[in-house]
Design a protein around this ligand. Structure first.
Ligand SMILES: Cc1ncc(C[n+]2csc(CCOP(=O)(O)OP(=O)(O)O)c2C)c(N)n1
Ligand SMILES: [Mg+2]
Length: 330
């Protein structure tokens, strides 16, 4: 029987394989679809934020980083956690508050954490991950380690002071950090043009003398190519990069938000460019997979998520004294 560590490492290293990349995009999509239902059943406490439509970004990031690099993500990070190698059992266990979760069920949906995979505890405070990633990059630079740090954040976070402070110092100190803005057009219930002074967040990199790229965040190959350039720059002393990935948030902001504030037809206009659809069509056109094989992968992933849900429904809750564990005082 493989240990949890071996399973996670394999999930991570497998991501160099295009078929595995597609499989794991299906895994994230079905996982997130089920979370919405589990929330409605009252099985996810607090709140939860899903990432359907942003799977290319999840998989692209995990496929390009080394396991000893660090990633600071937001509350909308089930997909990044799964992509980085966390098992669906450990992710769902945490989201449903069970002892099988990655931190024993005391963190929940917004606080997934797996330092052994480079996943720093995810941040519920908008923009909080950027200075932390810059700090991690400063530590790597100071110790002379060939590691990079990444901050993933939303378009809304680009209006927070921490965004500007982190980009400024990262540029001054040429830190090995990559700032990835996942621009899904909405911050909670507000469309970007009602809150943000620029159309492209990438424009803001110029204020900090930092290279930037705008990429199509729905296209896995584009995400991977852009990240490789930025990671290479960071590892070779070239300092930080701001990447703006244009994506779309298929679901509402959180919980049972039906996103009725969106213009009619907007979601539908994005669906023909769905990242899973684009990727599967590319692999079929290249002769890597047949239509039937894609359907089989999709079915297997649905079935496997159903099993994980069954397993987690029966998993134990932590005992109340768990809240007194892992607490330090000086
Ligand atoms: C400092 C701070 N201000 C406000 C909030 C409330 N809040 C939670 S999510 C969110 C929207 C952020 O939007 P964006 O950065 O675009 O990320 P997305 O949710 O689209 O992934 C806001 C305002 C918060 N959590 N932290
Ligand atoms: Mg957003």
């Amino acid at each position: 029987m493989s240990t949890q560590h071996e399973v996670q490492s394999k999930r991570r290293s497998n991501l160099s394989d295009p078929v595995e990349q597609l499989r794991r995009m299906f895994e994230i999509r079905y996982f997130e679809e089920e979370i919405v239902g589990l929330f409605s059943e009252g099985l996810v406490h607090g709140t939860t934020h899903t990432c359907q439509g942003q799977e290319a970004l999840n998989i692209g990031l995990a496929a390009t980083l080394n396991p000893d690099d660090f990633v600071a993500c937001t509350y909308r990070s089930h997909g990044f956690a799964l992509a980085l190698g966390l098992t669906p059992e450990a992710a769902l266990g945490e989201i449903m508050g069970r002892t099988t979760g990655c931190i024993g069920g005391v963190g929940g949906s917004m606080h997934l954490s797996a330092p052994e995979l480079g996943l720093l505890p995810t941040f519920a405070i908008v923009g909080a991950g950027l200075p932390i990633a810059a700090g991690a990059a400063l530590a790597f630079q100071t110790r002379g380690e060939n590691r990079v740090a990444v901050a993933v954040f939303g378009d809304g976070a680009a209006n927070i002071g921490a965004f500007h402070e982190a980009l400024n110092l990262a540029s001054v100190w040429k830190l090995p950090v990559i700032f990835i803005c996942d621009n899904n057009l909405y911050g909670e219930y507000s469309r970007i043009e009602t809150t943000t002074s620029v159309v492209d967040i990438a424009q803001r990199a110029a204020s900090y003398s930092m290279p930037s790229e705008i990429i199509d965040g729905m296209i896995l190959a584009d995400v991977i190519a852009s990240l490789k350039r930025a990671i290479d720059r960071a590892r070779t002393g070239g300092g930080p990069t701001l990447i703006e990935a244009k994506t779309y948030r298929y679901a509402g902001h959180s919980r049972a938000d039906l996103a009725t504030y969106r213009p009619e037809g907007e979601l539908e206009s994005w669906l023909p460019r769905d990242p899973l659809l684009v990727r599967q069509n590319e692999l079929i056109a290249a002769g890597v997979l047949t239509t039937q094989e894609v359907a089989a992968i999709s079915d297997q992933e649905r079935a496997s998520i159903a099993k994980v849900i069954e397993y987690t429904r029966n998993a134990p809750f932590p005992s109340p004294d768990a809240i007194f564990k892992n607490i330090w005082t000086q």
